[in-house]
Design a binder for this molecule. Structure first.
Ligand SMILES: C=C1C[C@]23C[C@H]1CC[C@H]2[C@@]12CCC[C@@](C)(C(=O)O1)[C@H]2[C@@H]3C(=O)O
Ligand SMILES: O=C(O)CCC(=O)C(=O)O
Ligand SMILES: [Fe+2]
Length: 336
């Protein structure tokens, strides 16, 4: 097994855990999409906010290291990704989700597949459905784009391929800075064969935003994730001792968060930050790039001197399989 797609092939989903609601023809939130404890969805405002880091800051290594160890996330400015690429990617994302439902269903994710249109993979673990539709790209989106726009797919493909390429370079740069600050020695293997998955997210306009949820609380199955959110708020991260903290959209900034794989590799020094997405009356978009080492990469926890390893070593593919079956309980299976 060598690719991300292959890693998920053994865990096919039922179609009702893939096909989104037809949001265009839904006037009220159906029972299936109403989440209990909706009080918890109203966020408070008097709490610290996520650090904002300038990639050109002379202290950037320490700043990023500290943010990863305390919050497991930060906002990044001056990241070097061309701003018109962010804009183009967002507008291509909008073009995709604006298509009629029957058109989007042509590129529905296969039950054992990873790429294409559908709801979040984590859906089967929750009693309620999320107010969300997604489109996952790994490598070239050509085959799907050609089905969506038989004569007009070049722009979508160019933008999405370029976006992945640039984000991968940024993810590598950030990973190197984090490794340097945590004193994790680099293994060549990581830089050569790492993969990225690009997840386009759409949270349709919701008639009753306080009772629905865009994405249920989850951690990402990645080394790190680089997210671009549109100007509409909704993302929240859970901070130990504080609670749910909203990540306020900053124009042109990127949100970077620690995933499960860096959490393991850092011997739990970096929290794999739990996050969720609230919905709004207005349509919200986001684009997430999941940066993952090669599938047979062996995650060996690197402890600070004098500390014992908290997890046993595990290959990425083994961890992905455990997580596909057990979701948030996955880490308890490798705990020492
Ligand atoms: C590389 C990845 C990361 C995946 C699976 C695969 C492709 C799609 C990603 C997401 C995107 C939406 C949230 C999430 C929780 C989901 O359900 O699908 C993510 C998941 C993970 O982080 O586990
Ligand atoms: O839409 C967002 O702000 C977050 C998306 C997310 O958490 C994900 O795609 O894993
Ligand atoms: Fe996420």
């Amino acid at each position: 097994m060598s690719t991300l797609s292959e890693a998920y092939r053994d865990f096919p989903l039922h179609l009702h855990h893939i096909i989104p609601l037809d949001f265009n023809s839904t006037r009220a939130v159906p029972e299936s999409h109403i989440w209990p404890n909706s009080d918890d969805l109203i966020s408070s405002h008097d709490h610290p906010s996520l650090p904002v880091i300038d990639l050109n800051d002379p202290q950037v290594t320490q700043l990023i290291g500290h943010a990863c160890e305390t919050w497991g996330a930060f906002q990044l400015v001056n990241h070097g990704i061309p701003l018109n690429l962010l804009k183009d990617a967002e507008s291509e994302t909008r073009r995709l989700f604006s298509l009629p439902t029957r058109q989007k269903l042509k590129v529905l994710r296969a039950p054992g597949g990873t790429t294409g249109y559908g709801i979040a993979r984590i859906t089967p673990f929750f009693a309620k459905y999320m107010w969300h539709e997604g489109f996952t790209i790994i490598g070239s989106p050509f085959d799907h784009a050609k089905q969506l726009w038989p004569h007009d797919h070049a722009q979508f493909c160019d933008v999405m391929e370029n976006y992945q390429k640039k984000m991968r370079i940024l993810a590598e740069r950030l990973t190197k800075l984090i490794f340097e600050s945590l004193e994790i020695s680099e293994e060549e293997l990581i830089w050569v064969d790492s993969t990225t998955a690009l997840q386009l997210n759409s949270y349709p306009s919701c008639p009753d935003p306080n009772r629905a949820l865009g994405l249920a609380p989850h951690t990402d199955t990645s080394m790190l994730t680089i997210l671009h959110q549109s100007s509409i708020s909704g993302l929240q991260i859970f901070k130990e001792g504080v609670g749910w903290v909203s990540v306020m959209p900053i124009a042109d900034a990127l949100v970077v968060n620690v995933g499960d794989l860096l959490h393991i590799l850092s011997n739990a020094r970096c929290p794999n930050v739990l996050h969720r997405v609230l919905v709004r009356e207005r349509h919200r978009l986001s684009m997430a790039v999941f940066y993952c080492p090669p599938m047979d990469f062996n995650l060996v926890p690197v402890a600070k001197s004098g500390q014992a390893p908290k997890y046993r070593s595990v290959t990425e593919k083994e961890f992905i399989s455990i997580k596909a079956k057990h979701l948030e309980k996955a880490l308890s299976f490798i705990k020492l």
